[in-house]
Design a protein around this ligand. Sequence first.
Ligand code: HSE
Length: 330
Amino acid sequence: MIKIAIFGFGAVGQGVAEVLLNKRDALRRLIGDFRVVAITDSKGGIADENGVDLLKALEIKRKRKRLPEGITTLDVINSLDFDVCIEATVTNIEHGEPGLTHIKECLKRGVDVITSNKGPLVVAYRELADLADRKDAKLMFEATVGGAMPIIKLVKNDLAGNEIYAIKGILNGTCNYILSRMEKEKLSYDQILAEAKELGIAEADPTYDVEGIDAAAKLVIIANSLMDMDVKFEDVERIGITNITPEAFEVAMDKGYTIRLIAEVDKVERILRVSPRLIPIQHPLAISGTLNAALIKTDLAGDIVVVGKGAGSKETASAIISDLIELYRC
Ligand code: HSE
């Protein structure tokens, strides 16, 4: 019996609970029997070692916006027996909290961790990976980069044995949505940002998106976890999209180019950068809407391109569930 605790019950945590509920039988065939023994949010939580009623938890959250007060995440970590935590609290890339403490405390106890939270990995990837090794626990983080777009396990598993020279891509769906709308409809930046917020994929503070902070955080995770680098957020050269105008697209389009916010790490050329770049309109990275894409340059496999939905409750849950299956496949 796999016992799961979910920390953070916003769009991602709820998306995971829905999948665990709706795909219960299919998942049981893949990983064996499981139950969720605790769910917490920033205000409280529900715990039951015999299994939390997921449908009821989702209903409570939707009706009252918060779980019952009285149980904290640290209470759960300190007093409950569970095998894996799904850490889906809000990202803070300055100090990584509260997720950083949740992850450390779980790993210290030998509990496996699956996280969608970028903050702890940006702040302390190496420390957390070493701690996981020492405690014989697993740290899984497919959901931190590219939402449903496979990249972390793709590189670690399917491209195992390759050296990764460079990864260049579109790692922020909000910016890509804004730029592709600007390109097609000649609308101003402010008009489209308001619509992007309504789509629900923008960060709680959308300056994280439009100033390239979110993409830079994902780039740091990629560089450190997939390319054996040791870089910090401050090492990323970063320019956002706030100064791009519809007129800039007209000039670019005349010459056969579009403009996209490109995140790029190149070990050979020593590049670690997020910036708006001219991309030929036929190029695989010239994608539109909220999609993400990555061009992975390797020594054996050559170039690999992946494209997929970079955000959203269901899409991020897809990445988390794939980590869960990778950990416990029978
Ligand atoms: N705000 C992010 C984006 C969400 O637009 O890509 C996924 O990290």
